[in-house]
Design a protein around this ligand. Structure first.
Ligand SMILES: [Zn+2]
Length: 189
């Protein structure tokens, strides 16, 4: 099914949730602010943000980071992290992840903790938005193929108005890693 979410609206929701969590004005939360470095969010705030975005949109965002998924899928992250820092393939992996890191956010040799620290409001909104690229092929209730937003801006089936949820965020993230490494695996075989 199509993804009916509008990224700019998800960005607005993310800013509103953060403003409430961090007791800040929405105007002071810029889309390219780092959640931890610029806004001072701690790990509990981030768990809360993930939970509230998930509740708002009806999805479960990933709990495990992309590099840990790569470790599980590939048995090692050596293709992506070398000498403690990102490789070219690691940069491509982060860019292709649900969080859709931009080229400007990443550099060769960047450490995983630095990537985490550089994660912005936009990355969080992207993660939620991109997860809705992983809706079921058709509505589980009525088999219609089109998704839309209802008046409360929730993702619903255009046929029967049932709320639609994408695949679990960790499953989506794992699939993206698998798709990313598949060509390499074929080359090896
Ligand atoms: Zn339906």
């Amino acid at each position: 099914m199509n993804n009916p979410l509008d990224l700019s609206e998800v960005i607005e929701s993310t800013r509103e949730i953060l403003a409430q969590l961090l007791a800040m004005d929405v105007e002071d939360i810029s889309v390219d602010a780092s959640i931890t470095e610029d806004l001072g969010a701690d790990s509990l705030d981030i768990v809360d943000l993930s939970f509230q975005l998930g509740r708002r949109y009806g999805c479960a965002l990933p709990k495990i980071n992309v590099l840990d998924h790569a470790q599980a899928v590939c048995g090692s992250v050596s293709a992506f992290i070398s000498g403690g820092g990102l490789t070219e393939a690691g940069i491509a992996l982060m860019r292709g992840s649900l969080s859709a890191y931009s080229a400007e956010q990443l550099r060769l040799g960047m450490r995983p903790a630095e990537i985490f620290a550089a994660t912005t409001v936009r990355n969080w909104a992207q993660q939620c938005h991109n997860l809705f690229q992983h809706l079921p092929a058709s509505c589980p209730e009525c088999a219609a193929k089109h998704a839309q937003l209802n008046e409360r801006h929730q993702v619903v089936c255009s046929g029967c108005s049932a709320r639609l949820s994408p695949v679990d965020g960790d499953e989506a993230s794992r699939r993206l890693v698998q798709r990313f490494v598949a060509p390499d695996m074929k080359a090896v075989a």
